[in-house]
Write a protein that binds this ligand. Structure first.
Ligand SMILES: Nc1ncnc2c1ncn2[C@@H]1O[C@H](COP(=O)(O)OP(=O)(O)O)[C@@H](O)[C@H]1O
Ligand SMILES: [Mg+2]
Length: 241
């Protein structure tokens, strides 16, 4: 991999909670415009690594680099403005605001130059224009999840971090969301770090997969390589493989 194509890098990240080593020396890299899947058993450290990258958790050691710069010293808001976004399932917070109002509000919050225009473009990309005036509480689950994504995408982040975005969706809705992630990577060159329980979809849409176990990386590579890795089969896929 050449350095120019790396957008996000975790370098020897550790997060210890007293005696618990939630992460213990994790390194991996995201290329520009790739979908990078992250899997591992419960408690492996997947959510913690997302918190570490966004700045929600303080590193015990190591560093996070975005587009060639060390961002470890920046807070959550500074990282968001540098182009690192995560999606939350937070449409319920503003249940009575309609889709457009919410996306415009988010665009203002990240300091977009033209918030109204930015909101329209993001809504267009996620097929939300037809529900622009629908209050969040009246959206279907799939649409709500796309709204969560839209709120993360205003200001055009370079990297999008997603922690189990398909949880609670039907197979059909999950497929649609997966299709949108592929489009975002392709059309907007967004790099996606995707933690997802549904490994079929994850292996299907990821360019690269990293596997965690007990706070460490046990495998990393193309979906084909990782799927057949002996340690992965044993540790994670288990009887399901
Ligand atoms: N605030 C915390 N205090 C202590 N231990 C924590 C805390 N948050 C997470 N952990 C521990 O860190 C490990 C990794 O958790 P997590 O990142 O949530 O795993 P995953 O998302 O892969 O299921 C687990 O052992 C969990 O119990
Ligand atoms: Mg988790």
């Amino acid at each position: 991999m050449n350095a120019e194509s790396i957008i996000l890098e975790a370098r020897d990240i550790a997060i210890h909670y007293g005696g618990v080593k939630a992460l213990d020396g994790v390194s991996f890299q995201l290329e520009k415009g790739e979908i990078h899947g992250l899997i591992g058993p419960n408690g492996a450290g997947k959510s913690t690594v997302i918190d570490a990258i966004t700045g929600r958790r303080k590193l015990t050691r190591g560093s996070v680099r975005l587009d060639g710069r060390d961002i470890s010293g920046l807070d959550i808001i500074q990282r968001r403005r540098r182009g690192l976004a995560r999606s939350f399932q937070r449409t319920s917070i503003f249940a009575n605001l309609d889709v457009r109002e919410q996306v415009v509000l988010a665009a203002h919050k990240v300091g977009a130059d033209a918030p109204e225009q930015e909101a329209l473009e993001v809504m267009g990309q996620l097929d939300l224009l037809s529900v622009a005036h629908v209050p969040a509480k009246d959206l279907g689950y799939g649409q709500q999840r796309r709204l969560d994504l839209a709120l993360a995408l205003v200001g055009r982040p370079m990297v999008l971090l997603l922690d189990e975005p398909m949880a609670g969706l039907s197979p059909q809705e999950s497929r649609e969301l997966a299709e949108h992630l592929l489009q975002l990577a392709r059309d907007w060159n967004v790099s996606v770090l995707l933690v997802e329980h549904d490994t079929d979809i994850l292996f299907d849409i990821s360019d690269t997969v990293t596997v965690f176990e007990l706070g460490r990386v046990i495998a990393n590579g193309s979906p084909e390589t990782v799927r057949t890795h002996p340690r992965v089969k044993q540790a994670y896929l288990g009887s399901a493989a």
